[in-house]
Design a protein. Structure first.
Ligand SMILES: [Ca+2]
Ligand SMILES: [Ca+2]
Length: 398
């Protein structure tokens, strides 16, 4: 129970247990919050009974005892908290909720203010502040009902955007009763969901929760620059942007799909592909990525057997390097990044080289033959058979 309200509703309110007494000049305390009296406040009227020791039961609506055919009365509410009409009690007689010089209003906090009047009861005061008497005794009557002006647009019984449809769920601009705007997208405004990023996919039997991208079903290596991406942007994804760069340079949005052919960037080494997913409103997810090692076996072949790059770099007019020189220069080229790179990079490169023969034996058929094929007959000692590319000191660092 929140705030002492039996049921909490801003459209069908009750009287809280904390603040439930009004004061009758002639008849003393009137309790609007007894459980038997069951007072309810709706946009159109009050129902139920108030009770006072002197006043007895006071009916707020003829519908309480199905007597409207005999005498049609009620305390009416205009939906904005302005009360009018009459209550009736055998002892209290008729009580006017909008008498000359008085009147009762439920404010935006659900507090009754002002005063009603009856010939028998005299003035009935709903809040001590009305008569500046709170220092003597503090009292008020409070409901959890709220005037339409104090409610969200999608729960105020008003056609705020004049489209003929009112509130959630009838107005398509409303995503919930708490939605503060009835205006739907077609009319130029945006619903609240327009400002939400896409919801990450939930955990499934195949994948953990969260956005995902997987290159070539997750294998470590590829010899082709063309790969297949598997993407999961969740149910809100409408568009996506894919890039070979973490800053998404030159990337543009495209319709979301769960599978896509993709071309890895130029150059060798580890390729990372980045993706983010967009809602229909253009809100986007976090960036997720996957990596694959491109062309590692070919790299060995190119660099050692066919030093094409080196040949091209020989300026015109100079004689070509002898085979030994060429191989030596390639070896030092290969070693360069290893020797100069930080330990982490060395480890990566080392893993890659070792991985050729150890981690992925199934992908490198007959590794020994491969090595033979890749290493030219006249290769310097360092290149022969053993693959001692890595200086001992560097390996010891790992
Ligand atoms: Ca509305
Ligand atoms: Ca509307």
């Amino acid at each position: 129970m929140v705030g002492g309200f039996v049921s909490t509703s801003i459209t069908d309110g009750t009287i809280g247990s904390a603040n439930k007494y009004a004061w009758s000049e002639n008849m003393g305390w009137l309790n609007f919050g007894t459980s038997e009296g069951n007072v309810h406040i709706s946009d159109s009227a009050l129902t139920g009974y108030a009770y006072g020791e002197n006043a007895g039961w006071i009916s707020l609506n003829c519908s309480n005892d199905n007597s409207c055919a005999v005498s049609n009365y009620k305390v009416a509410n205009d939906g904005y908290g302005v009360l009018s009409g009459y209550a009736y009690g055998e002892n209290a007689g008729w009580i006017d909720f909008k008498p000359t010089g008085g009147g009762v209003i439920i404010n935006s906090s659900g507090e009754f203010s002002g005063q009603a009047y009856g010939e028998n009861t005299g003035w009935i005061i709903f809040d001590c502040s009305t008569t500046n008497s709170c220092t003597t005794v503090s009292y008020k009557v409070q409901t959890d009902w709220r005037p339409r002006t104090a409610r969200s647009q999608c729960n105020n019984a008003i056609d705020d955007d004049n489209d003929g449809k009112i509130d959630y769920p009838d107005d398509p601009g409303c995503s919930s009763l708490e939605d503060t705007s009835e205006t739907d997208p077609a009319a130029g405004g945006l619903p609240v969901v327009a400002y939400n990023p896409p919801t990450p996919p939930a955990t499934t039997s195949e994948a953990p929760a969260g956005f995902s991208i997987v290159i070539n079903n997750g294998v470590e290596y590829t010899n082709s620059r063309t790969v297949t991406l598997k993407l999961d942007g969740g149910t809100d994804a409408v568009n996506m942007a894919i890039s070979n760069f973490s800053d998404f340079r030159n990337a543009s949005q495209e319709p979301y799909q769960t599978t896509k052919e993709w071309t890895l960037s130029e150059g060798e080494e580890i390729k990372t592909v980045y993706v983010k997913f967009f809602t229909e409103w253009g809100q986007f997810s976090e960036i997720v990525s996957d990596s694959i090692i491109f062309n590692v076996s070919n790299k060995v072949e190119e660099n050692i057997s066919k030093p094409a790059e080196v040949s091209q770099e020989v300026p015109a007019g100079q004689t070509e390097m002898r085979e030994e020189e060429r191989s030596e220069s390639k070896v030092s080229e290969l070693l360069k990044p290893i020797v100069e790179a930080p330990v982490r990079e060395i480890k990566k490169t080392f893993d890659k080289v070792v991985g050729l023969f150890k981690s992925k034996p199934e992908e490198v058929a007959k590794p020994e033959e491969e090595i033979k094929k890749l290493v030219p007959e006249e290769a310097p000692l360092a290149m022969k058979g053993e693959w001692s590319l890595l200086p001992e000191e560097s390996i010891n660092l790992l």
